[in-house]
Design a binder for this molecule. Structure first.
Ligand code: G3P
Ligand code: CA
Length: 263
């Protein structure tokens, strides 16, 4: 298990109170993975802001979850066809799309942000947890170096081979190994060397699949433990009782208030 100054800072913060991770920004109330969602998450006091990245045809990293643009933009109308993929459009085309109106008309005109724009907002009041969905590790490392943010962000992925690549390119990065997506997808001992090979300081597991024994094992190995994605107070309570360090939620304000009431 690798530690970094950022992972040590998070260990210190988590010892004081469970850290609120805002999922896709304040994704419950704002259009996910957009600047308004990131600003709202900062306003709600989220210690960490999680979001997803993909790469456009012309090599720009952008904040978006799905491979196709349809669910979170008006791409079908503007581009005239359905299921257009992020990787098949230039950033200039993507910047024309409305990524807010689908959530609520009051967010119409919100754009899909570049990773650079997202980081500029998040670094002002929180810590970025960048989830790789697609894109070249070297492009990400170059951007983080240019912005002088290598020591200030978390980079995570379900793709542990991609994490190994990014870790080899920039060993100072703080890495999170994502896993356990779905029900009953437990951590196994066979996974531990694979997780270690990613250079991870943090393990981020599906709440539905994590067990108390997994949390104990990961803590004994020195990992920070985060769970995704829970919004119900009874789940917050169980996660805190299990000793989880960070909780990913669509409702950062609700989790903040829960933690304040249950100190
Ligand atoms: O950060 C963990 C969580 O975001 C993973 O699931 O599908 O929301 O990216 P997903
Ligand atoms: Ca994500």
């Amino acid at each position: 298990m690798r530690t970094t100054p950022l992972s040590q800072k998070l260990v210190g913060l988590a010892a004081d109170a469970t850290i609120v991770v805002a999922h896709r920004g304040d994704g419950g109330s704002f259009p996910e993975n957009t600047l308004p969602a990131f600003r709202a998450a900062i306003h709600e006091g989220a210690g960490v802001i999680e979001f997803d990245i993909r790469q456009t045809q012309d090599g720009i990293l952008v904040c978006i979850h799905d491979e196709a643009l349809d669910r979170t933009s008006d791409s079908a109308t503007v581009l005239g066809r359905e299921k257009v993929r992020v990787q098949d459009v230039a950033f200039s085309q993507l910047a024309e799309l409305d990524a807010g109106g689908w959530k609520d008309p009051r967010f119409a005109g919100t754009r899909i942000p570049s990773l650079e724009a997202g980081l500029e907002v998040i670094q002002d009041g929180s810590i970025a947890m960048i989830e790789h969905k697609a894109g070249d590790p070297a492009v990400l490392v170059d951007l983080l170096r240019r912005m002088d943010l290598v020591d200030d962000v978390l980079v995570q992925s379900f793709d542990w081979e991609w994490l190994e690549q990014v870790h080899a390119l920039e060993p100072e990065l703080t890495i999170g190994a994502l896993g356990g997506y779905g029900e009953g997808k437990h951590l196994t001992d066979a996974m531990l060397p694979e997780i270690a090979a990613t250079g991870a300081a943090l393990v981020h597991w599906d709440y539905r699949s994590i067990r108390e024994q997994d949390v104990r094992k990961l803590h004994a190995l020195g990992y920070l433990v985060c769970v995704f994605t829970i919004d119900a107070p009874e789940d917050y309570r169980r996660a805190v009782e299990m000793g989880i360090d960070l909780i990913t939620t669509n409702e950062p304000g609700r989790l903040r208030d829960f933690l304040a009431r249950n100190r």
